[in-house]
Design a protein around this ligand. Structure first.
Ligand SMILES: [Zn+2]
Length: 318
């Protein structure tokens, strides 16, 4: 599944220009140079990218003297695994199309290799499909809003480049297969969401006539009790004011914060509500001080991929 990281190219003149766009589409590019390593374009080394000994990555004012910057790169990390690096805020105006698509489209580059390695192609192609599905969901787009650079040229919104059609067909793919796969992935995701929503939701009375809602750290630890309330809303306020505490029913079932409690109420963690632009890496950096600890968040929340969506409530280890 998509392996999304974030390293914003803050030294690039494009970033410094600070213009934003209303995202209406996505443009797929490939680099046109035989170098599949992300460190060629993304830097400085964050420990995963590896060292770019030439220092010619794009986190510089005018990379190679050119006004260029894209929203993301897909390629190889130092250990050879495939990753996506977000390099501009998604709604930032990028310099990727050489035409008016810069005003409407998110643009990302797939790092090319020698164009003959099927295994590498398959991995980065799939990564790109997943990135596009993710962005479609974030910005309310469909697969129809995705074009490659050469299609953009034909539509008059981009400069005359051949990417990605000099590469995809070598491995039996095209932008049509690409869009079809994004569409299929979006359909799967929607199905999963529907199943999530369909899970039974237990509601509790707003006001009890017998017994109490108790606010404690754990049910067993009665000494940690902040208070006992007839009115659920008041109990929630007390729990909000006292991090690490939960609202328990009269039977000892933790019911609030909703996503943050186990049956026994013995877990101890914080909740982060995902907002647009968040990545697991960012969240791990924010709460745990180290981006690489995102794996702990993944495990705790039982996530199968690194893709997260606005509104999700993630448990954060303490
Ligand atoms: Zn291009």
């Amino acid at each position: 599944m998509m392996n999304l990281h974030k390293l914003i190219l803050t030294e690039n003149a494009c970033y410094k220009a600070g213009r934003t766009i209303t995202v209406k589409g996505i443009m797929v590019h490939s680099t046109g140079a035989n170098n599949p390593n992300l460190k060629r374009y993304v830097g400085p080394n964050d420990g995963l990218l590896g060292e770019n000994q030439y220092g010619n990555h794009w986190n510089t004012y005018h990379p190679g003297g050119r006004e260029v910057c894209v929203h993301a790169f897909i390629g190889k990390l130092a250990d050879g695994t495939i990753a996506t690096y977000q390099t501009l805020p998604w709604n930032h105006r990028g310099w990727h199309a050489g035409g008016s698509a810069n005003n409407t489209h998110i643009g990302f580059e797939i790092c090319e290799d020698g164009l003959t390695d099927y295994t590498y192609f398959q991995k980065v192609y799939r990564e790109a499909v997943e990135l596009c599905a993710y962005l479609c969901k974030e910005y309310g787009l469909t697969e129809q809003n995705i074009i490659c650079h050469s299609e953009g040229y034909k539509q008059g919104v981009a400069s005359n480049h051949g990417d990605v059609m000099h590469w995809f067909p070598k491995h039996g793919k095209s932008m049509d297969t690409f869009r079809a796969e994004v569409k299929a992935l979006l359909a799967t995701d929607t199905k999963e969401d529907t199943e999530d929503i369909a899970e039974p939701v237990v509601t509790y009375p707003e006001k009890l006539t017998s017994g109490y809602y108790r606010v404690r750290k754990t049910w067993k630890d009665s000494k940690s009790q902040i208070g006992a309330y007839r009115v659920l809303a008041n109990a929630k306020v007390a729990a909000d004011k006292n991090p690490g505490t939960y609202v328990f029913t009269n039977e000892g079932v933790a019911i609030y914060p909703t996503d943050g409690t186990s049956e026994t109420g013995t877990d101890d963690y914080r909740i982060h509500t995902v907002v647009k632009g968040d990545t697991l890496w960012d969240i791990a950096t924010l709460y745990l001080g180290k981006g690489s600890r995102y794996l702990e968040i993944k495990t705790l929340n039982g996530l199968k991929s690194n893709v997260i969506y606005s509104g999700w409530k993630l448990k954060i280890p303490n």
